[in-house]
Design a protein around this ligand. Structure first.
Ligand SMILES: Cc1cc2nc3c(=O)[nH]c(=O)nc-3n(C[C@H](O)[C@H](O)[C@H](O)COP(=O)(O)O)c2cc1C
Length: 394
C-alpha cells in the first residue's frame, strides 16, 4: 500500500498487522509498521530507511507499482534491522545505489549487515544531498534510541523523517495520524518502552526538530503527523521533569499477604488524595507497566520474601524500572515475609541507576495484623507528605 506524503514523497514501507512482539519483549497490541520513504527529485531518487526483512515483499510491490527502476541513495537513519534490514536486498536490486549515513551508523551496518566501505557515502551534521528540486539535510539526533540515530529533513517540503523518534507501534491504513487519542496512547507506550531511558538527551533532540519548523513529521513506525505540534508537545510533556500526583504499585504475591498490604495501601493513599495505579506483575505486560511509569511520582515494589530474597518477578520489576529510568522521585519497598532474608538489599542493589529517594521499607511478618495496617496507613501518609514536598499535591 503506497501512502502519499507530498508530491514526489511516498511511504513505500510495510504494514505489519499481525506482529505481536517486538525485540522479544515489547508487546504490540496494535501491530506496527516499518515506514520507508521514497523521495523523487528531478535528477535523483532516494529512499529513506527500509523495512524488516520479513516484510520486504510489501516494499518491493510498492516500488514496482511506482515503477522505480533506479534508486541513487538509500538514506539510513538508524542501523537497527527493522529499518536497515532491507538495505542488502536494495543494493542488489539497485547496484548503482549508495547507502547515505553517518560514520557511526556505517560501523554498525558493517557489523550487522556485512555491508562494505564502498557501499557508503558518509555524511555529518548539517550536510545536504541534492536530488533536484528536493534537498535532504542530515540532523544528528543521537540516542533515540541508539547512539547513531539521525533525522533526515526534506527542506523544500519541510518534512522531518525522524525514524524511531516520535514513532508508534501502530498498524494503520491512515497515512497521517487521525485518531489522535489512539495514536497518543500508542506513541506514549512507544516512548515509555524505547525512549524513556534517554529522556535528558531526547529533550535536546526535540528542540533540534522543533527548530526546523517541520510541516510534517514522518517517523518509521506508525502514522506520520501533519500536525507536528501534537507529537512534539506530547514528547515535551513526557520528557519534562514534572510528575503527577500518582503512585504505581508493582506487586507479586504467592499466598495473598502482600496483596492484602497492597490493597490496604491503595485505600489509604486514596484517603490521602493520591492517585494509584496497581499492576500485578504476573498478569501485566511490559508495555502496560512502562506506560504507567512515564509520569508517576512514586513507584512501590511489593513482594513476599522467597528463598531469602525478593520474588524473582519483583527482581525483574526492579531491574526494569532501573533500566527504563522513569522520572519518578521516590521508590518504596514493601511486602510480607516468614522468617527473614535480603529482600530490601537485593531490590535496592537493582535500583542503582535511579536518581530517587528510597523510602523506609515496610516489611511485615505473615498476614497483616491490626498493628500492621497502622504501619501501612503511616506509609501512605509518608508518601502523601513526599508528594506535598515535591509540589505534586497540595
Ligand atoms: C517458596 C517459598 C519460599 C519462601 N522463602 C522465604 C524466605 O526465604 N524467607 C522468608 O522470610 N520467608 C520465606 N517464605 C515465606 C513467605 O515470605 C511468607 O509466607 C509470606 O507471607 C508470603 O507472602 P505472600 O502471601 O504475599 O506470598 C517463603 C515462602 C515460599 C512459598
Amino acid at each position: 500500500m503506497i501512502r502519499k506524503i507530498a508530491d514526489g514523497v511516498y511511504n513505500v514501507g510495510a504494514i505489519d498487522w499481525e506482529r505481536t512482539l517486538f525485540d522479544e519483549i515489547v508487546p504490540l497490541p496494535q501491530g506496527t509498521s516499518y515506514n520507508a520513504y521514497l523521495v523523487k527529485g528531478e535528477n535523483k531518487t532516494a529512499i529513506i530507511d527500509t523495512v524488516e526483512p520479513e516484510k520486504l515483499e510489501q516494499l518491493i510491490d510498492n516500488l514496482e507499482e511506482l515503477k522505480v527502476d533506479k534508486i541513487d541513495y538509500i538514506v539510513s537513519n538508524h542501523a537497527e534491522q527493522d529499518h536497515s534490514g532491507g538495505i542488502p536486498y536494495l543494493l542488489k536490486r539497485y547496484p548503482e545505489a549508495k547507502v547515505v549515513t553517518n560514520a557511526k551508523c556505517m560501523g554498525f551496518e558493517k557489523d550487522l549487515l556485512h555491508l562494505k566501505d564502498e557501499d557508503f557515502i558518509i555524511i555529518k551534521e548539517g550536510d545536504t544531498l541534492e536530488l533536484g528540486g528536493k534537498t535532504l539535510k542530515f540532523i544528528m539526533t543521537p540516542w533515540v534510541h541508539w547512539p547513531e540515530t539521525m533525522t533526515t529533513y526534506l527542506m523544500e517540503d519541510r518534512i522531518a523523517f525522524t525514524c524511531d523518534f516520535f514513532g508508534s507501534h501502530a498498524a494503520t491504513s491512515h497515512t497521517f495520524a487521525e485518531q489522535y487519542d489512539r495514536i497518543y496512547h500508542e506513541a506514549k507506550r512507544y516512548y515509555a518502552e524505547i525512549m524513556m531511558p534517554f529522556r535528558q538527551i531526547i529533550t535536546r533532540n526535540i528542540k533540534k526538530i522543533e527548530e526546523l519548523e517541520p510541516r510534517i513529521i514522518a517517523p518509521s513506525h506508525g502514522p506520520a503527523y501533519s500536525d507536528p505540534k501534537f507529537i512534539i508537545d506530547a514528547y515535551k510533556e513526557w520528557t519534562s521533569s514534572e510528575t503527577k500526583n500518582e503512585v504505581l504499585i508493582l506487586y507479586v504475591s504467592m499466598h495473598g499477604s502482600t496483596k492484602k498490604m497492597v490493597y490496604a495501601l491503595v485505600d489509604y493513599l486514596g484517603e490521602e488524595g493520591v492517585e494509584v495505579k496497581v499492576r500485578d506483575l504476573i498478569t501485566s505486560n511490559l508495555g502496560e507497566i512502562a506506560i504507567d511509569m512515564v509520569d508517576v511520582t512514586t513507584i512501590i515494589l511489593a513482594t513476599p520474601t522467597m528463598l531469602a530474597g525478593p520474588h524473582p518477578h519483583a527482581v525483574y520489576a526492579a531491574y526494569l524500572t532501573n533500566a527504563l529510568k522513569p522520572k519518578a522521585k521516590f521508590v518504596g519497598i514493601m511486602g510480607s515475609y516468614g522468617w527473614g532474608g535480603r529482600t530490601v538489599d537485593i531490590l535496592k542493589s537493582n535500583l542503582g541507576a535511579l536518581k530517587v529517594e528510597i523510602l523506609e521499607p515496610l516489611l511485615i511478618k505473615g498476614l497483616p495484623k491490626k498493628e500492621d495496617y497502622d504501619k501501612i496507613k503511616e506509609f501512605a501518609k509518608i508518601i502523601a507528605e513526599k508528594h506535598r514536598e515535591v509540589g505534586v499535591m497540595k
